[in-house]
Design a protein around this ligand. Structure first.
Ligand SMILES: Cc1ncc(COP(=O)(O)O)c(C=O)c1O
Length: 374
């Protein structure tokens, strides 16, 4: 029986159609920038985000770290980001390792996204005893929540007025764009570099893109080789990725609808939604803890796998285009039995976020409580 892996949208399986498309790829050497399929993907993404050039890399971690490294040329310096940001929490301390830079993690005062005021209060200009802020790195979506475009614009205008570079970890920018109708280009214009993952909700087997100006991408290409990330006949991966961008990305709104149905169903049963459900991710509090320790194995017995940090009642659930409506039905039916068994009842004050579109009411830094984010 198929296991439905709801731990991450990186769990999508390559399809036979993708393998067929890979056979049509060019077979040049991308270390020497000689592969037509890679060029086609890079140009497509650069145009989509309104930037001059792009670089195809193995992972989001690599394209984030390359983008940041390109702006961090003269230590001591620092990167300002959300305290929950992947670049800070989940990239093995890469900013310190690759760029010799400090990180200023900032807690979003509204509990969801950084505002210009949050950022402005933490910019360092201390060139004697501090590590001056050289880059502001934003993440959209962050834990599945969307950062409003007007706030991005406000932060970007502030950064530009202070000579600070803007990087975007847009691992799931396609999700934000599909959910809001704000184009990738509209998002892209506010940043000096953007990393977009192709192997998350977009469904490609491998790959991530960095876009920026030509000179920066040339520098990133050199640094990619330094990190051992220069790959040879990468055309087949580029071909599959471009196919996914064109065929899977437009299906994201359906995945978002399905995620909202699951979120609303769980909240109606009395489970707590910890952050609002804007796209394809849910953070559910299955408290009391005993419920969580039963919920995760119970779901797995029925071939539904979700993430949970041991000792915590918080679970992360991520949907993607290969998760169908009947999986959500099965999930909700199991949750209904669980709620009945544990006498969990819907009550207004139990949910931090009541239904999926509502806003977090408490200002909490949940980064340490989240199940590991992939
Ligand atoms: C927000 C975010 N940024 C970057 C990454 C890094 O992507 P990768 O796993 O391809 O290195 C991830 C993946 O887990 C992510 O969730």
């Amino acid at each position: 029986m198929t296991l439905y892996d709801l731990t991450s949208d990186t769990a999508t399986q390559p399809t036979d159609e993708m393998f067929d498309i890979m056979k049509t790829a060019s077979r040049g050497d991308d270390v020497f920038s000689q592969d037509t399929s890679v060029h086609e993907l890079e140009q497509y993404m650069a145009d989509l985000l309104g930037h001059e050039a792009a670089l195809f890399g193995t992972s989001g971690t690599m394209t984030n770290q390359l983008g940041l490294r390109c702006w961090l040329l003269h230590p001591p310096q620092s990167v300002l980001c959300d305290s929950r940001a992947h670049v800070h929490v989940h990239e093995c301390g890469g900013i310190a390792y690759h760029s010799q830079a400090a990180v200023t993690p900032v807690i979003a005062s509204n509990g969801i996204y950084l505002t210009k005021e949050d950022v402005e209060a933490h910019i360092s200009t201390d060139t004697l005893c501090g590590a001056p802020t050289k880059v502001i790195s934003l993440e959209n979506t962050l834990n599945g929540t969307i950062m409003p475009i007007h706030e991005i614009q406000r932060i970007s205008e502030l950064a530009r007025s202070r000579g600070i570079k803007m990087h975007l970890d847009g691992a799931r920018l396609f999700e934000a764009s599909q959910a809001t109708g704000v184009s990738m280009k509209e998002y892209g214009q506010w940043f000096d570099s953007v990393s977009v993952c192709l192997s998350k909700g977009a469904g490609a087997p491998i790959g991530s893109i960095l876009v920026s100006n030509k000179q920066t991408i040339q520098h990133a290409r050199h640094l990619r080789k330094l990190m051992g990330g220069g790959w040879r006949q990468a055309g087949m991966l580029a071909k599959a990725a471009l196919h996914c961008i064109k065929t899977v990305v437009p299906t994201m709104p359906q995945t978002h609808q399905l995620t909202r149905r699951l979120a609303d169903g769980l909240v109606d049963l009395g489970f707590k939604l910890v952050v609002p459900c804007h796209t394809n991710m849910l953070f559910i509090d299955f408290s009391p803890l005993t419920t969580a320790t039963i919920a995760v194995p119970l779901l797995e017995q029925h071939n539904i796998k979700i993430s949970n940090t041991p000792g915590s009642s918080l679970c992360r659930i991520v949907l993607h285009y290969q998760i169908t409506s009947d999986v959500v039905d099965r999930f909700l039916s199991l949750a209904t039995d669980l709620a009945a068994k544990h006498k969990i009842t819907p009550s207004g004050d139990s949910a931090i976020c009541s239904r999926s579109s509502s806003v977090v009411s408490s200002v909490t830094d949940l980064s340490s409580a989240y199940p590991s984010v992939q």
